[in-house]
Design a binder for this molecule. Structure first.
Ligand code: FAD
Length: 427
């Protein structure tokens, strides 16, 4: 796949050697070195477990190295009251608390482990293009404020002043959110996990996983690991390793672009506070700057022939139009990645068999949530019963007709765009 902006600006680093030894012993085997796996490894090793991490490719090869670097401490599309209505007051409140604390965990880890990743806890802004969307925003902000979160409703003038984008009816900000360079963050988590005693192998795809006396055996080429517990932190890249888990989520391809750096005069008009922005459109519009004043945006599109060429250019045109920047610098980086989206848009623990747990908290909004999920998975590996964890768990729940349904999120886009247009015209 095309390297992301973050892989390019973070530079090459020496690879950890692959696992080529038979029967390495561990308390916990973590499969996948994205934020979920690395945070799990760091927290489990810090708690004293013998941890081995195996990564099929390189650290942050998956969604963790291919996202936009927005740190967002809430669920995509689901508000706290709805979570409580779905899960009940106790489990619901624990899951809402999990999300609420997630961005603070990310920035706390960055501080504690001195991770150099251009992190700014500058806030995350969600503007609303219509008055109807603004009503939902007011309710959303109130629900998070009632739970003590550092949030504020913004009027149209405040959104225009803080973002430089005109035409929004208003919005809200969660001050605990922010931005970072995700590849540098993942590499920093890996180094911190290793300092805590974890061992990380790269270029080590697990090809088979079997229950064995006292736990599990995972094999990769000539190497194998015997571990009491296994965490599958493979997200949308699970392949055929656990087919029932693979059928439990929608794989969603998302594109990102970065322009050439903007001139200083334009840069100061847009996002002077350095926040990140994702609006409430169904066809989400997002933007932020990187540390070198490149504008970053993303989006989905109907896939098909030429998507890798077509979609980045469509995102660049939209960025120019919605930010009223006819002279937007040219597109300099374009990349895409795979997100795993659960049918209810909430984080889940999936337990295919005793001692084997998969964690999915991606839902396209996962830097904060997967870091927090890694900590929860470490608690599970350390012996906390699944029922006492803040994230719902259960056996895999395969989506019916998954072979066809897996294309639904991308195929749904034209309808989403039509409904966005009708909403705007309605006002
Ligand atoms: C384009 C894009 C933009 C996004 N933007 C944002 C954003 O701005 N903010 C935000 O909060 N979230 C965003 N997300 C979501 C976020 O990136 C993910 O939620 C998060 O990175 C998921 O982390 P993870 O560790 O669960 O999975 P991943 O990072 O996908 O890691 C899974 C790893 O498992 C490895 N693996 C798979 N199978 C095996 C195997 N058999 N053996 C060994 N290793 C294996 C893979 O190689 C991979 O490295 C975005 C996602 C995409 C795709």
């Amino acid at each position: 796949m095309t390297p992301s902006l973050w892989h390019v600006v973070s530079g090459a680093v020496a690879a950890r050697p692959p696992l080529d030894v038979a029967e390495v012993e561990a308390d916990l085997l973590v499969i996948g070195a994205g934020f979920t796996g690395l945070s799990c490894a760091l927290h489990a090793a810090t708690a004293g477990l013998r941890v081995v991490v195996v990564e099929a490719d390189r650290i942050a090869a998956g969604a963790s190295g291919r996202n936009a670097g927005f740190v967002v401490p809430n669920f995509a599309r689901v508000d706290p009251d709805a979570v409580l209505a779905r899960l009940g007051p106790d489990r619901g409140a624990r899951l809402v608390g999990f999300a609420a604390a997630s961005a603070d965990l990310v920035f706390g880890l960055i501080r504690d482990h001195a991770i150099a990743c251009d992190a700014l806890q500058s806030g995350w802004i969600q503007p609303a293009p219509t008055e109807a969307a603004m009503q939902a925003i007011r309710a959303r902000a109130r629900q998070w404020a009632d739970r003590g979160r550092p949030v504020a409703v913004l009027d149209a003038g405040q959104v225009a002043h803080m973002t430089g984008a005109r035409g929004y009816a208003g919005g809200w900000i969660d001050h605990s959110g922010g931005v970072l360079n995700p590849v540098a963050y993942a590499r920093g988590l890996a180094a911190a996990a290793e300092r805590a005693g974890a061992v990380v192998f790269e270029d080590t795809p697990v090809t088979s996983l079997h229950a064995a006396p006292g736990g599990w055996i995972a094999r990769s080429g000539a190497g194998s690991v015997r571990a009491a517990r296994v965490v599958l932190a493979t997200n949308a890249h699970i392949g055929g390793l656990q087919p029932a888990v693979a059928r439990s989520f929608f794989p969603l391809r998302v594109y990102q672009i970065a322009t050439a750096p903007l001139p200083a005069a334009v840069r100061t008009r847009l996002l002077p506070g350095g926040q990140c922005v994702s609006d409430t459109r169904r066809n989400l519009f997002t933007f932020r700057f990187d540390a070198n004043n490149r504008l970053i945006s993303g989006g989905m599109h109907i896939l098909g022939p030429g998507a890798d060429y077509r979609v980045p250019r469509a995102i660049h045109r939209r960025l120019s139009r919605l930010l009223d920047l006819p002279d937007l610098p040219p597109l300099e980086h374009a990349w895409s990645g795979q997100a795993a989206v659960m049918p209810d848009f909430l984080p889940h623990l999936i337990e295919p068999a005793p001692g084997l747990m998969a964690g999915i908290a991606c839902n396209g909004r996962g830097i904060a949530m997967t870091t927090m999920l890694g900590r929860v998975l470490a608690d599970w590996a350390g012996g906390v019963p699944a029922a006492d964890l803040p994230v719902p768990s259960g056996p895999p729940a395969p989506i019916p007709w998954h072979g066809l349904m897996r294309y639904a999120p991308n195929a749904h886009l034209p309808l989403a765009m039509l409904r966005d247009a009708l909403d705007a015209r309605g006002e």
